[in-house]
Design a binder for this molecule. Structure first.
Ligand SMILES: *Cc1c(COP(=O)(O)O)cnc(C)c1O
Length: 387
């Protein structure tokens, strides 16, 4: 069979490969400690599930508008105003099949052959693949551990060319957990405006922050940057709703309309009753987030202490999300070798940094119970000592 050439231009998701290897080992009865999951280990809060069940019983089982239920678009616009200080109308919002799909729709609506997209590395692995699928070119800008894995103003300026259309900003970041300060964001915003490019701000982890660190959205630094910003967000991480597939984008109406058009010919509306769960998530008490956050906080403290006690491993403090991004340079193994050996020898699943464009690192997710974390870190310690 001759498949379309675009299939060979993208790589399968390495995260999913390691995850499925670990799951297969578990199915064989092997006691695997998995740090590979990119999703909270909590069940969706009950009031959100109840709202979706009620919607089902009320017959919210039919096609809806491709752009999303009007009530949800309004609730999202309201959230963006209340939480982020952004003045969007419901028409500026599209509801998508997860945050991933809002990014995909955006890239499809915006990027074509000849266009460049600036992506700081380490990056979330789907960004460059989406750009490739759209025929565009990713301009990867490597950040360093010394700069806290943040792109510097000089780096951003240096990466912009006549062909640059979009800059991808992800704070809090997956995989590094770093969070840009308001001052840092403001300087990046100025560069975006001066060069008249667009920025997409992937804010899926905006609620998962530690030690009093604040999230500030780039679109909030004045009308000029606001007009050049697209927000991408979703319910998966904040409300433990990964399988529900509800996310959204907000931005200039012309662009959102283009994304709706594309969505109208591909997936159409997001599952109607799932959208009612999302409405409940936004309109009810936000206490459920605090409960998850306190568990993450405890695990993060523990995992950082243990990892830092292992000679040869270096780990900056993540300010957000639920990952530690560990530098393994001193060990002298490539990230895939490290992770394969770790899985075989000690039955611990971690994600090789090369998946995120950083071969000198590995990613551990602490979206898993403390018991697994304790056991897994003992094994990691043994593994590193054996090298
Ligand atoms: C999880 C994740 C998303 C989107 O996830 P969905 O399940 O599609 O909502 C987007 N960006 C980053 C960085 C993520 O980690």
């Amino acid at each position: 069979m001759k498949l379309a050439s675009r299939v060979n231009q993208v790589k399968p998701s390495l995260t999913l490969i390691i995850d499925s290897k670990a799951k297969a080992m578990k199915a064989e009865g092997i006691d695997v400690c998995s740090f590979s999951a990119g999703e909270p280990d909590f069940d969706t809060p009950i009031h959100i599930k109840e709202a979706a069940k009620k919607a089902l019983d009320e017959g919210k089982t039919r096609y809806g508008p491709a752009a999303g239920e009007p009530k949800l678009r309004a609730a999202i616009a309201n959230k963006l105003k209340k939480d982020n200080g952004l003045e969007y109308k419901p028409e500026n919002v599209i509801v998508t099949n997860g945050g991933k799909h809002s990014l995909y729709n955006l890239i499809m609506a915006l990027i074509e052959a000849g266009d460049e997209v600036i992506i700081p590395s380490p990056y979330w692995l789907s960004y460059p693949e989406m750009v490739t699928l759209a025929g565009g070119k990713s301009v990867i800008v490597p950040t360093t551990i010394d700069n806290g894995y943040k792109i510097t103003p000089e780096q951003l300026k240096g990466a912009i060319t006549e062909r640059t259309k979009l800059f991808v900003l992800n704070s809090p970041s997956n995989p590094t957990g770093m969070v840009y300060t308001a001052d840092e964001i403001e300087i990046l915003a100025r560069i975006v405006v001066e060069n008249d490019i667009l920025v997409v701000s992937d804010e899926i982890y905006e609620k998962i922050l530690y030690d009093g660190v604040q999230h500030r959205t780039i679109g909030s630094f004045g009308p000029e940057i606001f007009a050049r910003t697209i927000i991408s967000n979703g319910f998966a991480k904040s409300y433990s709703m990964t399988g529900w597939r509800v996310g959204y984008a907000a931005g200039p109406e012309e662009l959102i309309k283009a994304m709706i058009k594309i969505q109208g010919h591909s997936t159409s509306n997001v599952c109607t009753f799932a959208q009612y769960g999302a409405i409940a998530a936004l309109e009810s008490s936000q206490e459920c987030i605090e409960i998850m956050l306190s568990a993450f906080t405890e695990r993060r403290k523990y995992i950082l202490e243990r990892v830092r006690a292992i000679p040869g491993l270096n780990c900056p403090t993540p300010d957000g999300a639920f990952y530690v991004f560990i530098n393994i340079e001193e060990i002298g193994l490539k990230s895939i070798d490290f992770c394969e050996k770790l899985l075989l020898a000690q039955k611990v699943a971690a994600i090789p940094g090369i998946a995120f464009g950083a071969d000198e690192c590995i990613r551990l997710s602490y979206a898993t119970g403390l018991e697994t974390i304790e056991k897994g870190l003992e094994r990691l310690e043994k593994f590193v000592a054996s090298l």
